[in-house]
Write a protein that binds this ligand. Sequence first.
Ligand SMILES: NC(=O)c1ccc[n+]([C@@H]2O[C@H](COP(=O)([O-])OP(=O)(O)OC[C@H]3O[C@@H](n4cnc5c(N)ncnc54)[C@H](O)[C@@H]3O)[C@@H](O)[C@H]2O)c1
Ligand SMILES: O=C(O)C[C@H](O)C(=O)O
Length: 310
Amino acid sequence: MKITVVGAGNVGATCANVIAHKELANEVVLLDIKEGVAEGKSLDMWQTAPINMFDTRITGSTNDYSKTAGSEVVVITSGLPRKPGMSRDDLIATNAGIVRSVTENIIKHSPEAIIIIVSNPLDVMTYCAFLAAGVPSHRVFGMAGILDTARYRAFLAEALDCSPKDIQAVLMGGHGDTMVPLPRYTTVGGIPVTELIDGQKLEAIVQRTKSGGGELVNLMGTSAWYAPGAAAAQMVEAVVRDQKRIFPCCAWLQGEYGQQDIYLGVPVKLGRKGIEQIIELQLNEDEKALLNESSKAVKEVMKVLDNMNK
Ligand SMILES: NC(=O)c1ccc[n+]([C@@H]2O[C@H](COP(=O)([O-])OP(=O)(O)OC[C@H]3O[C@@H](n4cnc5c(N)ncnc54)[C@H](O)[C@@H]3O)[C@@H](O)[C@H]2O)c1
Ligand SMILES: O=C(O)C[C@H](O)C(=O)O
């Protein structure tokens, strides 16, 4: 088993580190365009192996895609992160070109790979990779929902003074301000969250979740990496261990939820084949309206990409 992580920046390096710690592969290749960065970080990580007791071999490469050949799973994190005052959508002009060329190189050397996109704006970069890869959509999907629900679950655990392990949640829509956390599908040890917290507090947590990425950008001057890296690694784990886990992921919709030809966050089953099932919830009218609003926002950014590709 060989896994490649493209982009050895904050998210990519964190993701590769988690993959190695969990021994999800025999080999992890970290690739970056910046001379020496991937080699340096992978050497540093490899030197933690005798301390942290793992034997996954981590190697680095400066843009030599032949080193990634035969990868079974590839995580793409290459691209600019946003700075305070920017939206994720502002990154499209730079990141679309990066994601397209990276995907083309990856698929040339690993035609059977499953590709997980992390670069922002997430939903549209996943669409961009899908177009560039020319492989079935169950093999190209994006990471956002695991991160967004992790934030939501962490905020709830704090408010309820309980373990985050006991909080289960679903969140749908695009990875932006229009994302749709779903309190009706949130439980704490099997108990509906609405029975444990008052409506106002819950609404405040929903709002904080929607701007959770921006909160961190404002604190750090760049975007988050520990939770994003761990979230992408959790998706890799579900695939390589064929766990058939149910996660919210950014998936290509062909009629599900009334959405056509769009990458959007929905609950899916993740296993060795990638997205093995899209799960359709019976949303109520309010939830449907929020999802439609989010889909509209993503479609607007997809149009920008389509115009760039003309
Ligand atoms: N989906 C999510 O939930 C989520 C979460 C966090 C970050 N992100 C996004 O992930 C991306 C990376 O974030 P980061 O914090 O790691 O940024 P970073 O700047 O720390 O790292 C990005 C890396 O990409 C590399 N890179 C640029 N062009 C490349 C190319 N053509 N080929 C190979 N490598 C290339 C850069 O050299 C850099 O090392 C950003 O677009 C960010 O917005 C998404
Ligand atoms: O907020 C960002 O720009 C990065 C990422 O999408 C996040 O949610 O942390």
